[in-house]
Unconditional design. Structure first.
Lengths: 105, 105
């Protein structure tokens, strides 16, 4: 456990062009539910890209989660509710990017 | 100005294979200095990827900045100190990804 540092889990999605707004919303709602189902998630926020720089490489959604330890992350990743979320996401997903990091100032 | 929402600026770098640890550190140090040079940056943290999922697409570094408004972001992007940082980064950069978002819960 590294003092005041926390472990961030940054997840980005690019959805298929065929995904409808309703289908995308079902993924957003399912992801938003995860912190209520998996207590190891200590922080959660998300949003859709509005960068004017044009460097998002097609990613539209960013989900920003916080864990207190790599052990907690190791509980999250195989968790049944996380797997169930993956099934909701799967049919609509074009690209996913995941970067995790211990916070530094 | 959207109430308690803040504007996140998520920047990821993949460095060239030829970039040395010292060169990469010079970029980290230059980025870390920006919040002292550009007051519109309200929050700053960063870290290097340790995700076990293998979905980082080569990105090793994530820098997570916070602005209070899109107007503040519009001051940051063309700011001379930000441009100067770009010059430090340029020779070593292979890939960059930028996604910004207004925070939602």
């Amino acid at each position: 456990q590294k003092s005041d540092k926390v472990l961030r889990h940054v997840v980005m999605f690019k959805f298929k062009d065929t995904a409808t707004p309703a289908q995308i919303k079902s993924v957003e709602d399912a992801f938003r539910k995860l912190p209520t189902q998996i207590k190891e998630i200590k922080g959660y926020e998300w949003g859709t890209n509005n960068s004017p720089e044009g460097l998002a490489q097609g990613f539209t959604h960013c989900f920003f989660l916080t864990f207190n330890s790599e052990a907690d992350r190791a509980i999250y990743l195989p968790h049944p509710d996380h797997k169930a979320f993956g099934k909701v996401l799967g049919p609509y997903l074009d690209k996913v990017l995941v970067v995790d990091y211990w916070t530094q100032k």
